[in-house]
Design a protein around this ligand. Structure first.
Ligand code: AMP
Ligand code: ZN
Length: 472
């Protein structure tokens, strides 16, 4: 599989460090609010990556954190704590807010067929791991204490901006308007490993540490949780593109300084879901959730298809019109699958393998999900029997997870039920009499029956399987 690696800025052949495991880490949600459909775009695409790897035979172990502490309003470590903001908004405790939105996040993931990672670790579970890493960084003189906080010293690095060519001025982007700069920092890029002094003295969750009672910085969570469950090396680290700087840049700085060697080989970044007003963001307060899409009558699978129709390295613009198109495409796709009938047929292995080969090629080309979706239509059009088509669709859906077979089975059942509910033996008899008249070339009689049915509001539809009727 070729994957674009943000670290090298090119597509690279994916080669895991170990033959028996692919170590994958995902930055989890900050659970102070519902996940919006932009966040979920990132999780859908990461889910596809994991499933594509598994589909191609890689044994994956995937770990994800839940950010329930340490994430401040600005990714540059200043401003209000996001969890505290959620707790104030809802008049609940931070832990209650964390539990509520963690459960809500996984409920949304279930609706979108996003598999739960093998390990899910709340950041508040790993305090001793953070203290251990911070202590080592201090011993190695990679960190310093100032104003009560422990900071990572970026001047000890040969290269800090590993993903892009940021310069000092660009850093202003991370320091948002109205947020004061931290004067304890020796270098502008330095970041907090452990807080004891925050502008917000009422920080809800604090722990004892060698540097005083306090709480961890956001970035250190991911380094420590990854190492706790995956060891000292990592194959793929995933996240939204906004995480590349400063979050992932800081993760690399502290992890590699701590380990003394390279940490993660491939960085997989999903680009944003935007609205006309720009990036969809939780902090702006106005955003769309999966529940809201459902309230408006959309099947969450329509949103999953919407995401799969575009490449993960392109910004995706959300509009209701675009979602309507995806929903219509999904319904059409399911309707086409629902009419397939492979009963009593054998799967043509040669045809199956050649369709599968094209599907794998799409996945291997930097996870080209839009081509993989097109492959579904190619299967439907293929010159092979229905059993083979159904087998290929079910197989591809192990990765795409669009509920193709289940939704088609349900639709078939619904259609059959509707047909049964509208059954009318008298009309059936008239339709059969018309068919007989046609066979006997008594076209006058056939037309008379058709006209009679028409006056009763019944339309006859001639199909290759015989004449059918429907109420108009
Ligand atoms: P958060 O809960 O804010 O920590 O974000 C969870 C994940 O969603 C991270 O990987 C972010 O990079 C990603 N993310 C945030 N906003 C967007 C967006 N508009 N589109 C896609 N991914 C996003
Ligand atoms: Zn992270």
């Amino acid at each position: 599989m070729y994957l674009y690696n943000s670290l090298s800025h090119k597509k690279e052949l994916f080669q895991p460090n170990h033959p028996d495991i692919v170590k994958m880490y995902t930055c989890g949600p900050t659970v102070y609010h519902f996940a919006h459909i932009g966040n979920l775009r990132t999780y859908i695409m990461e889910d596809i990556l994991e499933k594509a790897l598994r589909y191609e035979g890689y044994p994956v172990k995937r770990v994800m954190n839940i950010t329930d502490v340490g994430h401040l309003a600005s990714d540059a470590d200043t401003g209000e704590d996001k969890m505290l903001k959620g707790a104030k908004r809802e008049h609940k405790s931070v832990m209650d807010v964390a539990k509520y939105y963690t459960d809500a996040f996984f409920a949304d993931c279930d609706k979108l067929n996003i598999k739960r990672p093998d390990v899910v670790e709340p950041a508040t579970n790993c305090i001793s791991e953070y203290i251990n890493m911070v202590s080592t960084l201090l011993e190695k003189k990679k960190a310093y204490i100032a104003g009560g906080n422990v900071y990572f010293d970026t001047s000890t690095l040969e290269q800090y901006y590993v993903f892009n060519d940021h310069n000092e001025d660009d850093l202003a982007v991370g320091v948002r308007e109205g947020v004061e700069e931290d004067t304890n920092k020796r270098n502008k890029n330095d970041f907090v490993l452990w807080f004891t002094k925050s502008k917000f003295e009422d920080q809800a969750l604090k722990w004892d540490s060698p540097w005083g009672v306090g709480y961890p910085g956001w970035h250190i969570e991911c380094s420590c949780i990854s190492m706790k469950h995956l060891g000292e090396d990592l194959d793929i680290h995933c996240g939204g593109i906004d995480n590349a700087f400063p979050h992932h840049t800081n993760e690399i700085a502290q992890s590699e300084s701590y380990l003394g060697h390279k940490w993660c080989n491939y960085w997989f970044h999903v680009h944003h879901l935007n609205t006309n007003g720009g990036k969809m963001s939780k902090s702006k307060g106005e955003f769309l959730t999966v529940s809201l899409l459902e309230e408006k009558g959309y099947d969450p699978m329509a949103y999953r298809l919407f995401c799969l129709q575009s490449h993960y390295r392109r910004n995706l613009v959300f509009s209701w019109e675009n979602l309507d198109n995806a929903a219509a495409a999904y319904d059409k796709l399911i309707a086409k699958i629902a009419v397939l009938n492979g009963d009593g047929q054998n799967v043509d292995q040669t045809a199956f393998e050649s369709m599968k080969e094209r599907f794998v090629k799409a996945l291997d080309g930097d996870l080209n999900t839009s081509v993989a979706v097109t492959n579904l239509y190619d299967v439907l059009k293929a010159k092979t029997n229905d059993a083979t088509k159904l087998a290929a669709l079910a197989d591809f859906d192990r990765v795409l997870c669009l509920n193709l077979i289940e939704a088609a089975t349900q639709l078939r059942k619904k259609n059959a039920e509707e047909e049964a509910a509208s059954a009318d033996p008298e009309i059936d008899a008239l339709v059969a009499a018309r068919t007989e008249a046609k066979k006997a070339k008594d076209f006058a009689e056939a037309d008379r029956i058709r006209d009679e049915l028409k006056t009763r509001g019944i339309e006859i539809i001639d199909t290759p399987q015989g004449a059918k009727w429907r109420k108009v």
